[in-house]
Design a protein around this ligand. Structure first.
Ligand SMILES: NC(=O)c1ccc[n+]([C@@H]2O[C@H](COP(=O)([O-])OP(=O)(O)OC[C@H]3O[C@@H](n4cnc5c(N)ncnc54)[C@H](O)[C@@H]3O)[C@@H](O)[C@H]2O)c1
Length: 269
């Protein structure tokens, strides 16, 4: 069953899962979402499931023997369900990468995977260039800097909303300057990208982060600049949103499919 590409389970049943299902259909249904784990309080209506089996409890999902589980839900879902899956030998892909900024959780996931002989994979999500950071770090990275620019309304409900009047900004305004540890803690909505960069590169304390509210921005813009023994590197992404959920970028959803295909592929290129 471990190699059954059509026995994949997801955690959550939101915009990313719908986008993943559409992608699978477009590429010929070689892969399939067969089950979902969603606790009672968030459970979708049966009519929304389209034949996908619903589990409310992680133990029931484990007994069903999924070939792979893909978390597409929330940081809490990683904390609540993924250690149990890994401990039972079930390989798991997570999209809520920001949850890994919690060192205690990261350690417990590592211990669970080691015990279960399983593997946890974090998707690249809304960012790119992580392969460069991973390759470059063993020779020494001297700096990694991330700048995230979003329209002002993307920062509502964050500490920026207390510090500046987001609605009346007329020019790009820096709303946060610090390291990735502080950014992940204070701006959890941006934590997936900052955590992915910090984990691939030089860690949470040494990664510098600048967040900008830009009234002229129409997309989310991510920029990473790194220097080290390897030379230097910069990458810039202008991400389009997922039609179903403007807070999530299309690239983040596409990166889930990429991680699943790689998981099952005999040759990893
Ligand atoms: N890595 C990245 O770059 C990146 C980018 C964007 C979003 N994300 C992550 O992806 C997640 C999903 O995005 P989406 O657009 O599909 O969101 P969404 O809100 O459309 O869907 C989330 C789904 O998860 C369910 N859910 C919520 N809490 C849950 C829990 N504790 N256990 C199980 N299910 C739960 C909800 O009911 C919903 O079905 C986000 O919460 C975010 O953490 C990652």
């Amino acid at each position: 069953m471990r190699n059954d590409r059509r026995r994949i389970a997801v955690i959550g049943f939101g915009a990313m899962v719908r986008s993943l299902q559409a992608s699978f259909r477009r590429s010929g249904d070689h892969f399939g979402v067969a089950a979902t784990l969603v606790p009672m309080e968030f459970a979708p209506a049966p009519s929304e499931l389209g034949g996908v089996r619903l589990f409310n409890d992680v133990a029931e999902l484990i007994d069903w023997h999924p070939s792979l589980v893909v978390e597409c839900a929330s940081h809490d879902a990683v904390r609540d369900f993924v250690p149990a899956l890994l401990q039972k030998g079930i390989d798991t892909i997570i999209v809520s990468v920001g949850s890994l900024s919690d060192k205690t959780l990261l350690d417990s996931l590592e211990a669970a995977a080691t015990k279960g002989g399983s593997r946890l994979t974090a998707v690249s999500g809304a960012i790119g260039g992580l392969d460069v950071l991973r390759s470059a770090r063993s020779a020494g990275l001297s700096s990694v800097a991330y700048t995230g620019t979003k329209p002002p309304n993307a920062w509502t409900g964050t500490p920026a909303a207390d510090a500046v009047d987001l609605a009346s900004l007329s020019q790009p305004t820096v709303i946060f300057k610090g390291n990735a540890e502080q950014a992940a803690r204070l701006y959890p909505k941006n934590a997936n990208v900052t955590a992915a960069i910090a984990l691939a590169g030089i860690g949470f304390d040494a990664t510098s982060v600048v967040l900008i509210a830009d009234p002229n921005a129409t997309t989310n813009l991510h920029r990473v600049v790194a220097t080290g023994a390897f030379g230097s590197f910069s990458i810039e992404l202008q991400n389009k949103p997922l039609p179903d959920n403007p807070k999530t970028s299309l690239l983040a959803a596409l990166s889930i499919e990429e991680a699943i295909v790689r998981h099952f592929r005999a040759i990893d290129v």
